[in-house]
Write a protein that binds this ligand. Structure first.
Ligand SMILES: [Zn+2]
Length: 313
């Protein structure tokens, strides 16, 4: 990893697993992906192999990638202690996450314990002191909405995320269930809880290919992270370039982010799937056809630095 510029203490920074860096040093970035992931919802498809994670990162770097923003939240097998070494050996900058996914990804017992500990306190601890005993600090808070709405669990986690944002400055990334519910999420996070819209990153919006709904979400000022491909979302993945073009045409090119969102071992490039390199091998040239090289480079380099570079407090 080369030549970081000197950074003022109060300047925006991206919090990587190796420390805070200037947003300009992020380079070509996969803005939504996973190196480790475990959930009862994905039995037998866990991302839990350090060697496969290293190989995938190396393949991404070989394709021109320089940084990966990981969205795996608390309690889903993050293996945070391994991330600094993986980042060092592969030369790819890595950002880890705190936060909480939908209730189906956790046992009732673990949610009970989190309720007793205090969710906002946990998020703040992972953002400022580190994840578990690893000393590795998270650089974002990941939460999740529901299908066209928010249940009590989503309201609990988003309220805690907003509290942790106000305490630290951390960006909040949101899993939108099948791409829906963005306006409900924005009403809660920004309307009720006072999070500035530009500190919110909406994920998976393209999985519901309603271009008008995309525009309404982008008008708020939030970042829009489009992703894929994946087998589970093959039916709508082909609409992603349409979404990029429509948002760019409407003047929201500076709000766009792109990610691979590799969630299963079989989807990794090192196992024959698209994986992280696909973003640069195939998605990048495809989008250049639609919106031109300059905007695509901005989406891959400048925009992630602005979305994930914050003034930490
Ligand atoms: Zn994801």
């Amino acid at each position: 990893m080369n030549g970081s510029e000197p950074r003022r203490a109060d300047a925006p920074a991206v919090r990587t697993v190796l420390g805070d860096i200037s947003p300009a040093d992020l380079g070509v970035c996969d803005a939504h992906d996973h190196l480790f992931l475990r959930s009862p919802q994905l039995p037998g498809q866990e991302l839990d192999s350090p060697s496969a994670a290293a190989a995938e990162l190396a393949a991404f770097r070989e394709a021109g990638g320089r940084s990966v923003i990981q969205w795996t939240p608390h309690g889903m097998g993050r293996r945070a202690g391994l991330l600094p070494e993986l980042s060092k050996t592969t030369g790819v900058r890595v950002v880890a996450a705190t936060g909480l996914h939908q209730a189906v990804h956790y046992s009732a017992e673990s949610l009970e314990q989190l309720r007793a500990y205090g969710l906002a306190a946990l998020f703040v601890r992972e953002l400022t002191a580190g994840i578990g005993e690893s000393g590795v600090r998270a650089g974002l808070i990941k939460v999740a909405g529901g299908f066209h709405g928010l249940d009590a669990h989503a309201r609990w986690t988003m309220t805690a995320a907003a509290e942790a944002h106000h305490a630290t400055g951390a960006p909040i990334t949101v899993h939108l269930e099948l791409g829906t519910g963005a306006l409900d999420v924005l009403d809660l996070l920004c309307g009720e809880c006072g999070v500035p819209p530009h500190r919110v990153v909406l994920g998976h919006l393209n999985r519901s290919p309603d271009l008008t709904a995309h525009l309404r979400a982008a008008e708020s000022g939030a970042y829009v992270a489009l992703d894929g491909p994946s087998r589970a979302h093959h039916a709508t993945d082909w609409r992603m370039p349409d979404a990029v073009r429509a948002l760019a045409d409407a003047g929201f090119g500076d709000r766009l982010l792109l990610g691979g969102d590799t969630t299963t071992a079989g989807a990794r490039s090192v196992h024959g799937g698209p994986g992280m390199p696909h973003l640069l091998r195939r998605v990048r040239p495809r989008l250049v056809t639609d919106v031109g090289e300059e905007l695509v480079e901005q989406i891959l380099t400048v925009n992630p630095g602005q979305a994930f570079g914050v003034r930490w407090t």
